[in-house]
Design a binder for this molecule. Structure first.
Ligand SMILES: [Zn+2]
Length: 297
């Protein structure tokens, strides 16, 4: 090899290995998977989005209501309600299972942040919130986006979770239709704001970001309520800006789903935590009892 070629090789290797890995998890409350394709969403379209399921395995001990409290705690703990113990939205309960925030803090010096428009998420995980480096709850989506954009711009935590609530509000108020679609497009623009600040950091700070999109639950056929074990209420999605495992990439969103059993062959909501840990190079310990394999290699 010529000396110049070797030098270029060394430089590229240093660049790749020196890259700091970061994760942003964007949680979008109550967004029905099929509704994304109904509106113009240039920022959603930058992700590979695959169908998944919430609500545990129907008819088994892991079955849980398709409500926000149990679902967000599943997203952030990697286990179903039979292990985390959150069975409703009430804040008079606390997760029995540790969350991704705790797993990260107990195995590394990495920094974390949690910005949740719906304050209950941080409250249901309040035991772990003490170890989170930056957290806010309440307010509204505009505030959550402004706070997160600013925090990533200045501090770029290694793991950030943001929760957005407006689409769920639109669903509960009027179901699917114009207001719901408008709320979806607004979130698309907000995702764009987050992407912009991350693109800038990747360019200037030698960082490599995994960005995940996830929702907590589906909705009934009219788009209003949720909580039951129906196909539409159990259907969720997980989106990524990176190439996934062969399981993730092989999910066929167009495959006809006629039963809950068939839906449960799609991505379990429990896969989010192991995916985050894997990307951050954190060894997944057996005693954490995570239910699902990571979605990245
Ligand atoms: Zn919800």
């Amino acid at each position: 090899m010529k000396k110049s070629i070797i030098l270029v090789f060394v430089f590229i290797t240093a660049l790749i290995f020196g890259q700091k890995k970061k994760v942003l998890l964007i949680g979008i409350d109550g967004l029905q998977f099929e509704q994304i394709a109904k509106v113009n969403t240039p920022n959603f379209d930058k992700f590979t989005i695959k169908k998944g399921y919430t609500g545990g395995v129907f008819g088994s001990p892991s079955q849980q209501v398709t409500s926000s409290g149990p679902s967000w705690v599943t997203i952030l703990t990697g286990v179903w309600a039979d292990k985390h113990g959150i069975t409703s939205n009430s804040i008079h309960q606390v997760s029995k299972a540790k969350s991704v925030f705790k797993f990260i803090k107990s195995s590394s010096k990495l920094k974390t942040a949690s910005v949740s428009t719906w304050k209950n998420i941080n409250l249901l995980l309040y035991k772990d919130m003490y170890s989170v480096d930056f957290s806010t709850q309440g307010g509204n989506d505009e505030i959550s986006i402004a706070v997160t954009v600013n925090h990533i711009k200045k501090h770029a935590p290694d793991f950030t979770f943001i929760h957005l609530d407006d689409i769920d509000h639109a669903g509960h108020a009027v179901g699917f239709g114009l207001a719901y679609s408008k709320a979806t497009q607004k979130v698309d623009a907000q995702i764009g704001q987050l992407l912009k600040v991350i693109e800038k950091r990747e360019k200037n700070n030698n960082e490599d970001w995994l960005i995940l999109l996830v929702t907590d639950h589906g909705r009934d056929s009219k788009g209003k309520g949720h909580g039951n074990q129906t196909l539409t209420e159990k259907t969720i999605f997980i989106g990524m800006n990176k190439k996934g495992t062969s399981f993730f990439e092989g999910i066929d969103n167009a495959k006809k789903v006629r039963s809950l059993k068939e839906l449960e062959s799609f991505i379990p909501q429990t896969a989010v935590v192991s995916t985050i840990l894997k990307y951050l190079n954190i060894d997944i310990k057996k005693e954490w009892n995570l239910e699902a394999k990571p979605l990245v290699d």
